[in-house]
Write a protein that binds this ligand. Structure first.
Ligand code: AMP
Ligand code: ZN
Length: 482
């Protein structure tokens, strides 16, 4: 029985869906103004693990992730510093990240969006993240956003000023319930010193449609004048355009709880009069060397930084899985290298099993049961990885280990099967012949000869001869070197 932590109720709940056997899931996606950082990656790997877990448990999942390609006003790194450790990326003031990137890179905002959407897709592929079924772009859904804003105005939940169409938070009963206490503390702190628009009625009111910003590159006609949508409206409008209401699961980083998701709920439920989402799930933040990650701090690493150090993106994925998604995780290069070494050990084991698997075998059912119950316990991936460790250590036929790992890796996605070293039958024959020669040499007390063969096996094939090992006499250690 799957249990998931629901931010809306603040407890683990047994998971049920609106339609039996089917899950509609929406993940807040990237703003395509720069390369994704390892912090963003953590949140998308979490969404991917969630999807793969649901599929492993037999659900049919429809996954929708938005691409935010309209620029929005956000906090600058300077603003964030003032905020200390509070993670909020989405207030209504500061700088437009898309416009800033366009100016810096001498591109149009459209080119910036196109370029970084492509980079985003490359990055998630490298991280073994399955492609969402729909990746809707905000600029492709202006009509849906305008329609929802019109409904909100008609129903008395929104008002028009000369600077914007605002959502009237005082009209929506239960505004801020998702964040609870957090809302008062964090939002007041953020809003008091950055909010400037005098035409706004209440401090928490937020923009649905921005007006009178002639310098902004992206503009559309609307019933209220030329302008562009506020950020939150795109997710309410696009999620309901592609998924049935109530949506089963909606995810994002924890920074989205006090503002973005709070506002999404207000818009969608005010417009439709129905529950918007059943399960709200949030991934905890990644920190770097114990500090907040930020572009200006020089620690907002990307996959390029990993490539420079020769680290496979799947090792970053493994590093994320080694911590529970609701726990803040601290990134250090040392910790990533340790994850990389561990993943290589697992790959080496898989290569060994592939070479030694003679016939189809199954691992005892207890492995799958333990693995499944780890997943069902609110995606307890550290526990799931512990089952993988047990499998590596178990005294089982290699074919049985291989079958279990193939099954587990449909969720974990850490092995990277395509790039595995695979021994050909001829190579295996050669290796075994050399092992026999070594055995003969040892029996004749020709230890120098035996050692030479051992070294040759290691250097040529990355293979370690295992003296007296039960089952198989050699294993692959070419990647991890141990
Ligand atoms: P953004 O492009 O800033 O909207 O961020 C995209 C996604 O990455 C959002 O779901 C954020 O919650 C998430 N995110 C941003 N920074 C971090 C971080 N340091 N750790 C984990 N997730 C993050
Ligand atoms: Zn969103």
């Amino acid at each position: 029985m799957l249990h998931l932590y629901n931010t809306a109720t603040k407890r683990k709940e047994s998971f049920t869906t609106q339609t039996p056997g089917k899950v509609g899931m929406y993940n807040c996606g990237p703003t395509v103004y720069s390369r994704l950082t390892i912090g963003n990656h953590r949140t998308y790997v979490f969404a991917d693990i969630l999807r793969r877990t649901l599929e492993y448990l037999g659900y049919e999942v429809r996954q929708v992730m938005n691409i935010t390609d309209v620029g929005h006003l956000t906090m600058t790194d300077e603003d964030k510093k003032k905020q200390g450790d509070i993670e909020i990326t989405d207030t209504d003031d500061g700088l437009d990240r898309m416009e800033k990137a366009a100016a810096k890179e001498n591109k149009t905002v459209w080119e910036v969006a196109e370029y970084y959407t492509e980079r985003f897709i490359e990055d998630i592929e490298a991280l073994g993240i399955k492609m969402p079924h729909v990746l809707p772009r905000a600029t492709g859904h202006i009509r849906e956003q305008i329609d929802m804003i019109s409904t909100l105005i008609d129903k008395g939940y929104a008002y028009v000023t000369e600077s914007a169409v605002y959502f009237d938070t005082s009209k929506f009963k239960g505004y801020g319930e998702l964040a609870g206490q957090e809302l008062d503390e964090k939002m007041v702190a953020v809003r008091t010193d950055v909010e400037k628009d005098e035409t706004k009625r209440n401090p928490f009111d937020f923009r649905l449609w921005q007006l009178n910003q002639p310098d902004h590159s992206m503009q559309w006609d609307s019933p209220w004048g030329r302008g562009y949508p506020g950020w939150h409206i795109e997710c309410s409008a696009m999620s309901l355009a592609y998924l049935e209401q109530p949506i089963d699961i909606h995810t994002g980083g924890t920074d989205h709880i006090p503002v973005h998701h709070t506002n999404e709920i207000a818009q969608a439920e005010a417009a439709t009069g129905e529950q918007f989402v059943r399960f709200w799930m949030h991934g905890a933040f990644l920190r770097v060397d114990g500090k907040r990650m930020g572009k200006s701090l020089g620690n907002a690493y990307t996959l390029d930084d990993l490539a420079e150090k020769g680290i496979d993106p799947l090792s970053l994925r493994y590093f994320f899985l080694a911590a529970h998604y609701r726990q803040i995780l601290n990134f250090t290069w040392e910790a990533l290298l340790a994850a990389d070494a561990r993943r290589k050990t697992i790959r080496d084991a898989v290569v060994t099993w592939l070479a030694h698997a003679k016939r189809a075998e199954k691992a005892p059912e207890s492995f799958k049961t333990d693995f499944t119950s780890a997943l069902e316990d609110d995606l307890n991936m550290p526990k799931a990885l512990a089952v993988v460790s047990d499998l590596l250590d178990a005294d089982l036929d290699p074919a049985a280990k291989l079958a279990a790992m193939e099954d587990f890796d449909t969720v974990l996605g850490i092995v990277g099967w395509e790039s595995l070293r695979k021994f050909t039958p001829e190579e295996i024959e050669t290796i075994e012949e050399k092992l026999r020669n070594r055995e003969l040499a040892r029996n004749n007390k020709q230890y120098e000869e035996a050692d030479a063969i051992r070294a040759e096996l290691l250097n040529t094939f990355g293979v370690i001869a295992e003296d007296g090992a039960a089952g198989h006499a050699w294993r692959y250690a070419g990647e991890s070197g141990q």
